[in-house]
Design a protein around this ligand. Structure first.
Ligand code: NAP
Length: 460
């Protein structure tokens, strides 16, 4: 895949970029390594200043960055503004809290003293997806820059201008050369970068295929990896839920970012007693979405990230329907140019159908009926993925008891699965391992070094 901005609204090529030659890639890694030697010893206050400055630049130029995001991957302009603002908040969060998160931890010992010191480990490679092209990058950059690591980003090939904009932001914020570097490379070069002895760890957010390959290469090189992969999040609606409130959450959970969120609601699991009402109301709401130019404030459903993504999703819909699922809404692509897929609702989805087993990355809802809490939990857990989940009910105790039985990294009650700087984000099963954001996220790429002092004594 060449490195290009292709506006998915019209599928027109906006700009093409040359890939970095091998020599430049090696130089970038070396630059990151050299910067690490100084950055690891730079006081927290100075590191924090860089992040706070970067956050301020993001806020000041929010409109400019939002337009780049929307042009490159098609999200609604207002969602893009929200993403830039959230990214700034994440940088500020780590600027404010990192020093206290990383303070030495005392270990109780019988005699003498012991403590853990949290040390940076070196150059961290982030392999990032296009769906949140600013937010995903700061989830890696924020904590690692505060730890004292340096960061190299290999961004998705369809959002090169976002990668370049981020490098410029950190430079303008005063980051020394090599603290944050954007690599304009294709995925074919990722293994080569991981194998470079100067790379200390790698974090990938993306598909299972990419994650498995990156983790295998990291494993062979004895390097730590973090994987933030796909999801097939259940959205469980109990019969005692406030249906109108729940529908508002359902529309957001499904349609935010045109359904291209790892934590989008992918499977609505609804109690039989309220299923007809839920399906009717959700269909009515999704049918009102206005497809159009994502830069137009009036548009409420943008294109997918690329024509290839739209075709793949449409094939998943059609193959599911061929195997017996029913279309309640949509099901066909709108007759217009651009990478659009109509809002779609599928019912009677069964194991073996693509919509049951695979992640549907777009505006397609599947709705399942269940009769008991246990049936809802079993269906929610009948997935290779385990990223997020949400449960809607007026009985918080009942919903919390169900939440404890769901195999996922995050469960939200009466709210769509979502993100905030202070909430740990990540999954289990094929959704990956490790956590980003929150206090937990800062400990992924640190050496937890024990320092033990004692009085002289004979060792054992
Ligand atoms: P993808 O194809 O895996 O791409 C993600 C990144 O990995 C891109 O930079 C891509 O580069 C690179 N890549 C692809 N194949 C690779 C390989 N074999 N070796 C090394 N790098 C490789 O994922 P996507 O389809 O664009 O992104 C959507 C996926 O990300 C969904 O499954 C979504 O659920 C998941 N996601 C997860 C989270 C989370 O936090 N758990 C958050 C957001 C998205 P190129 O673009 O050059 O191919």
């Amino acid at each position: 895949m060449s490195i290009q901005t292709i506006n998915p609204f019209e599928n027109n090529v906006v700009k093409t970029f040359d890939e970095m030659p091998d020599e430049k890639i090696d130089q970038a890694v070396l630059k990151g390594h050299k910067a690490f030697q100084t950055w690891r010893k730079t006081p927290f206050a100075e590191r924090a200043k860089v992040l706070s400055q970067a956050a301020a630049i993001m806020r000041r130029k929010k409109e400019e960055f939002a337009r780049i995001i929307t042009t490159e991957m098609g999200k609604l302009i207002n969602e893009a503004r929200g993403e830039v603002a959230l990214s700034a908040d994440i940088l500020d969060y780590y600027a404010t809290h990192a020093e206290s998160f990383l303070k030495n931890q005392t270990v109780k010992v019988a005699q003498g003293e012991a403590f853990i010191e949290f040390c940076p480990i070196g150059v961290i490679l982030g392999v990032e997806p296009w769906n949140f092209p600013f937010y995903q990058v700061v989830r890696i950059a924020g904590p690692n820059i505060m730890v004292g690591n340096t960061v190299l980003i290999k961004h998705a090939s369809n959002v090169p201008q976002c990668g370049i904009a981020l490098e410029n932001i950190f430079r303008e914020a005063g980051a020394p050369d090599g603290v944050f570097t954007n690599l304009l490379i294709s995925s074919k070069k990722v293994n080569q970068v991981i194998k470079n002895p100067l790379i200390a760890g790698v974090s990938l957010t993306g598909s299972e295929t990419a994650g498995a390959e990156v983790a295998a290469t990291a494993g062979k090189s004895l390097k730590k990896s973090v994987l933030e992969l796909g999801g097939s999040d259940p959205f469980i609606v109990l019969e005692d839920a406030d249906i109108d409130q729940t529908i508002r959450s359902a529309v957001f959970a499904k349609m935010n970012n045109t359904g291209q969120c790892c934590v989008a609601a992918k499977r609505f699991i609804v109690m039989d007693k309220v299923a007809d009402e839920f399906i009717k109301k959700l269909s009515e709401q999704l049918a009102t979405l206005k497809v159009g130019d994502p830069l137009d404030e009036k548009t409420t459903l943008g294109p997918l990230s690329s024509e290839a993504a739209a075709r793949q999703l449409q094939t998943q819909i059609e193959d599911t329907v061929k195997l017996g699922a029913k279309v309640v809404l949509g099901g066909k692509r709108p007759e217009r140019s651009g990478a659009f897929v109509s809002p779609t609702i599928l019912v009677d989805v069964k194991p073996g159908m693509p919509a049951y087993n695979e992640e549907l990355f777009g505006p397609v809802a599947t709705i399942f009926r269940v009769k008991t809490d246990q049936e809802a939990i079993d269906l929610a857990n009948d997935s290779l993925f385990g990223l997020g989940a949400s449960i809607f009910s007026n009985n918080k105790a009942r919903a919390t008891e169900m939440a404890t039985q769901i195999d996922s990294g995050m469960v939200f009650i009466n709210h769509p699965t979502w993100t905030a700087p202070e909430l740990p984000f990540g999954g289990t099963k094929s959704s990956g391992y490790g956590r980003e954001l929150s206090e937990m996220g800062i400990f992924e790429f640190v050496n937890k070094k024990l320092i033990r002092t004692s009085e002289y004594s004979d060792p054992f």
